[in-house]
Design a protein around this ligand. Sequence first.
Ligand SMILES: [Mn+2]
Length: 319
Amino acid sequence: MMTLSETAAVLRTADKVVITAHVNPDGDAIGASLGLMHLLEALGKHVTVLLDDDIPAAFSVLPGYDVIRRPQEGEAEACDLLVVLDTMSDRIGCVAAAVRAPRILNIDHHHTNPGTAGEDLYLDATRAATAEIVCDLAEALGVQPDAAAAACLYTGLATDTGFFRFSNATAHTYRAAAALLEAGAQPHVISEALEVRPLQTVRDLAEALGELELFAGGRACGIFLTQEQTARMASTESFIGHIRVIDGVDVAVVLKCKEPELCRVSMRSKHVDVSRVATLFGGGGHVRAAGCTLTQPFEEARKTIMTAIERAIREGWTA
Ligand SMILES: [Mn+2]
C-alpha cells in the first residue's frame, strides 16, 4: 500500500498515461477517469482514457466524454503507466490486454480490494468515491482542478453518494464538493443531465416494479430479471433505488441473468453488510452497496442470493 504522496510521485514521473476503470462504468468510474485525465493534462502529460464498455449518453455532459475510447481487438497501446480506478485490475475487461505498461497504479476506495501482486495500490476506504481520492491527489500534485476537471470529479462524488445523501458522504466529501463548485462545477446541470431517462427505461422500470418480490419477512426486496428481460432492457441501474426505499426493507437486490449460467447481482442495504454477502460469491464492494456474479442458471441463482441475504439478515451481519 502506498501513501498519497508516493502515489502523486508515481503520477508525476509518468509522461504517457493510460487511465481505465471497471466495466459497466458508473458515474464515479467515468468521472474519476476524466477528472484525473484533465488534471494530468494540466501537468503536460499525454493521457488516454480507455474503457471496455459503451459509455451511457447521459454522461456526454462531462468534458472529455468524446475522447473515451473502447480498445479495438488486437490493439496494443504503449505507455509509461496504466492507472486503474475504482476497482481492482481484474475488472477492466479487454483494456488489460490492450495496454503495454511497465507499471500499474491502482487507485480505489473499495475496502474489499486486496491489491494485485506486481501493482501499486493506493486505497482509501474512508473516501466516498474514487473521485474524492482524485481530489486528494490534485492537492498532493499541487494542481488546481479547472472547470472541466471539477465537473467530472463532482459527478463521481455525487453519483457514489446518491447526491450526498448516503452514509458514505463525510464532511471531507462535502468540502471536496464545495471546492469543485468554486472551481466551476455546476451541480444542477450535472444532476439534470444524469436524471434524464429514455421513455422505454421508465416503462421497463414499471415492468420490473410490477414483479418485485419481498422476502426475509419483508426485510428484503428483490427484482429478478430473466435473460429475456435483461437482454431487452437497455438500462436497469435505477431500479434498485426504487425498491431500497420500501418501508421495512433493509436489503434491496437486483439480479440480472446475462447468460444461461451467468447472473449479475447488485445489492444495497441500510444496516446489513452486503459486501460480506457479495464476498461469499467472489464479489465485493462496500458495506451498503455491493455486487457479485453467480455462475448459475436464473432460478438457481435467484434462490442462492435470496438464501444468502436471508441468512445475513437472520444472523445480523453488520459491519
Ligand atoms: Mn466508486
